[in-house]
Write a protein that binds this ligand. Structure first.
Ligand code: NDP
Length: 491
């Protein structure tokens, strides 16, 4: 019998208000690998109401932070104990190589533990004794009902990055995964159920973004919206959230540059550029999708890059040798193909790839692709493709590297490769991006902020800033007893 996965609302599994069912595909085989109940507007409203009730009249916001830590630590322990199952399921649903899913699960466990402990250390009370005889007490309180919407590229990890700080801070949550990749989130909620969070504290809403996601963004009963996804959708979420002036966190798209100076060994430069670009098939918000290469290294770099890109082993993520899996969906595959056509039409030169991977009848496989002869005004240099397409540009001097690197509407991340540490840091200071890796790329650190400048978003996840995003700050000024102030004379 086919299992139809349900939503989790108010502490119970539910089919929701409709009988609609959605098939979930394995992008490596295009086979149906699961069926889920499809949420509708009524389900979004039910989840919001449950979270509202749990916040306004439930015990969670008042629960001592140490007790909230224990819930989250238990969740982390359970997740860690079934890490292999989660990693396999993530690979089946997203297509990403198993070694990447394993990293995601480990990082998700770390996030639950980190925020559980951080909340205990940082949700503190500050007092200021004043000469006027009053005391100022500064406290941190949860924001309220948080709606959290995540995309399909890191389904479990994004769930952890959103839920961990929100719950540690005492908020209640309505969490919505992407309609394409809900399976590890559903499995996570079976652990949440096992841990026994009070009803309504953490709710799972399924369904497509345009329908249920937009209800979350609009609802006046929601206090905060945290969204990760494309800039276009982020803009519509922001507009919808303006109705009741929600607290908002947006982690959006990017077109991140990797600036490579001539003093770097060419093999190291190519190796880093491949990793920055093709990790998770290029479907990463921080993907290093523009290689900006110093002129003396350019010819050798492009030659070796093309050779190495063609050696990447493409296949089903469950196969141990696989280095790159399929794209998430037919839509993303077609979108990637369209960008190849756009690049060619714009006059860029195809260095490698540019088509579906041969030898794969099923699955959304695309070859690692790169363009040279790219100018900054081209769409392939400006728009987030979210597939395995690198654009390579040449620079003559530092000023030109900085101009090219900063020359898009995005500002999420950037990389600088150079043996000259002083130069790398000087360039990094000039880059308008929220995250810079010098001589490295990609790694998120749970205790360091994650987020972008410009149209790459608003606010930060991870680290203390990620916790603060889920806290309000209250100043209470206290005088021992009421006394006349005498500002206006009593007559
Ligand atoms: P979206 O940004 O549209 O989707 C991200 C999340 O938002 C999903 O959970 C989606 O739900 C939900 N959503 C969609 N529409 C709305 C809405 N109106 N209100 C509230 N939530 C909504 O990404 P797509 O999957 O459509 O991908 C399109 C492009 O976005 C990609 O090609 C890429 O360029 C970019 N993108 C960027 C990401 C990043 O991390 N920077 C991540 C994903 C995409 P559902 O999937 O169920 O419809």
């Amino acid at each position: 019998m086919t299992v139809i996965h349900k939503m989790y609302i108010d502490g119970r599994w539910t089919n929701g208000a409709s009988t609609k069912i959605r098939s979930i595909l394995n992008p490596a085989t295009e086979e149906v690998m699961g069926m889920v109940g499809d949420g509708v507007i009524e389900d979004a409203e039910a989840a919001i109401k449950a979270a509202r009730r749990a916040f306004d009249s439930g015990e969670w916001p008042e629960t001592p932070v140490e007790k909230r830590r224990d819930y989250l630590r238990k969740l982390a322990d359970l997740l860690e104990a079934s890490a292999d199952e989660f990693a396999r399921l993530e690979t089946l649903n997203t297509g990403k190589p198993l070694r990447e899913s394993e990293l995601d699960v480990a990082d998700a466990v770390a996030a639950f533990r980190y925020f559980a402990d951080l909340a205990c250390k940082k949700i503190t009370v500050e007092t200021i004794s004043r000469e006027d005889g009053t005391t100022s007490v500064i406290t941190r309180e949860p924001v309220g009902v948080c709606a959290q919407i995540v995309p399909w590229n890191f389904p479990l990890l994004m769930a952890a990055w959103k839920l961990a700080p929100a719950l540690a801070a005492g908020n209640t949550c309505v969490f919505k995964p992407s309609e394409l990749t809900p399976l590890t989130a559903i499995k996570l909620f079976s652990l949440i159920d096992q841990v026994g969070f009070p009803p309504g504290v953490v709710n799972l809403l399924l369904g497509d973004g345009n329908h249920v996601g937009s209800v979350l963004a609009e609802s006046p009963l929601v206090d905060k919206i945290a969204f990760t996804g494309g800039t276009k959708t982020g803009r519509s979420v922001m507009r919808a959230a303006a109705g009741n002036m929600k607290n908002i966190s947006l982690e959006l798209g990017g077109k991140s540059p990797l600036v490579i100076f001539e003093d770097v060994d060419v093999e190291t430069a190519v190796d880093t550029a491949l990793y920055a670009m093709y990790f998770n098939q290029g479907q990463v918000c921080v993907a290093g999708s523009r290689a900006i290469v110093h002129a003396p290294l350019y010819d050798e770099f492009t030659r070796r890059f093309a050779e190495r890109a063609q050696q990447i082993t493409i296949g089903n993520g469950l196969v141990a040798e696989t280095e790159m899996g399929p794209l998430i969906s037919k839509q993303q595959l077609e979108r990637t193909e369209q960008y190849v056509a756009i690049g060619l039409k714009e006059g860029a030169r195809l260095l490698c790839g540019g088509k579906r991977a041969p030898g794969h009848e099923e699955g959304y496989y695309f070859l690692p692709t790169a363009f040279t002869d790219v100018t900054l005004d081209m769409r392939i240099a400006q728009e987030e493709i979210f597939g395995p397409i690198l654009v390579i540009q040449k620079f003559e001097d530092e000023a030109e590297a900085i101009r090219l690197a900063n020359g898009t509407a995005f500002g999420l991340a950037a990389g600088v490769l150079s043996e000259d540490r002083e130069r790398a840091e000087r360039v990094a200071r000039r880059l308008r991006a929220g995250m810079i890796w010098i001589n490295s790329y990609h790694t998120p650190y749970v205790d360091a902020p994650w987020g972008g400048y410009k149209q790459s978003g608003i606010g930060r996840e991870l680290g203390i800033h990620g916790l603060e995003a889920y806290l309000e700050i209250k100043h209470t000024n206290i005088k021992d007893k009421p006394e006349s102030i005498g500002w206006f004379a009593a007559r």
